[in-house]
Ligand binder design. Sequence first.
Ligand SMILES: *Cc1c(COP(=O)(O)O)cnc(C)c1O
Length: 394
Amino acid sequence: MDIQDIDTVRAWVDVDLGALVANYRSLEERANPRVGMLPIVKADAYGLGVRGVLQALEPLEPWGYGVAALSEARALRELGIARRILLLFPTLEELRAAVELEVTPAIGDPATLVRWRELARQADRRLSFHLEVDTGMGRAGFLSTEVERWLPEVLEAAAEVEWEGTFTHFHSAEVEDERPTREQWERFRACIGRFPNGSGGLLHASGTAAALRWPDYSLDLVRPGIFLYGARVVTGLPAPRPVAAVRARVTALKDVPAGWTASYGATFRSSSASRWATLALGYGDGLRRELSNRGSALFGDEVAPIIGRVCMDVTVVDVTDLEGVEPGSVATVVGGDPAGPASLEMVAELCGTIPYEILTGLTGRLPRLYAPARSGSGARSGGAAGEREGYGGP
Ligand SMILES: *Cc1c(COP(=O)(O)O)cnc(C)c1O
């Protein structure tokens, strides 16, 4: 987006690419994978905009990128990404195009393996795949306990298609109880222990939580997502720097008497004369309705409670006790200090969900504005107007 247009934007997502790069580096250092990093950029880089995120990640030379859908792999190729792309959840229908795009599917069932071999024969190319092993996640992968049943088929396939890697996925790496992850790890090890020497390729198991909590399980590649994007999902371990902040401008201010009501259903009523501000942000932008009468907006360090129901396009906040809020003032509605009332983690908690869903729920109506990685510190405050020169991005 042009700087020119940015001046007319009512609400947006600030993405601090310097923080994203810092998060990548700190995770890489902690997990220390033997071969490299496989950052996960599915769902438009967790809602932050894959194009801007890739601008920050490419200079770090990751081993490859992980995506969920073929359309995401195609977007990466169209952006000029030449690295490996691991397609985590291919459908049979996506495989043909995966060949053309030189995308590597994760394969964890016989039908997909058969189809990939067929396509390799047709293309007369040595296509590659990563084998997924199900150690308890139950959603994809050959069952680790049935390795004797499927291994012959995989080895036979490996004569035609390159078995480039083998991975599993932990279901509870972020929780205190270590037993489920240990059990999955043991299942994975037992399974790959059955592979003939030299087969199985690159081994990987860890997303964010395991990479943080179980660096011993890093193997060849780690597959972090949410940590890069600035959400804390494991307590008591290095926290990521916040990356995303949802900002919105004030469209209007009004002074209301005691007993005035706010928004649909009149679920909020002023107890005394008050000043209310309307923010140009609603559930049509991805601001969750669960924040009605519960969430907060920040003007600098000052807190303005959300009052009444979040509407599709606007949200009312109480600014009675705040100085200097005017039409056009900018509020932070998601983001800011991780311990603060509008932090991504707090918003997720208030909504009874996880930061992943808050980020991926931000809609296309909000432009993503990127503070470039080279600025390093990412110390821009508050998203105040006049600090926008540094933005690049689409
Ligand atoms: C989404 C995903 C990841 C990334 O998980 P985070 O918790 O965001 O780090 C890693 N591996 C697989 C298979 C995934 O689906």
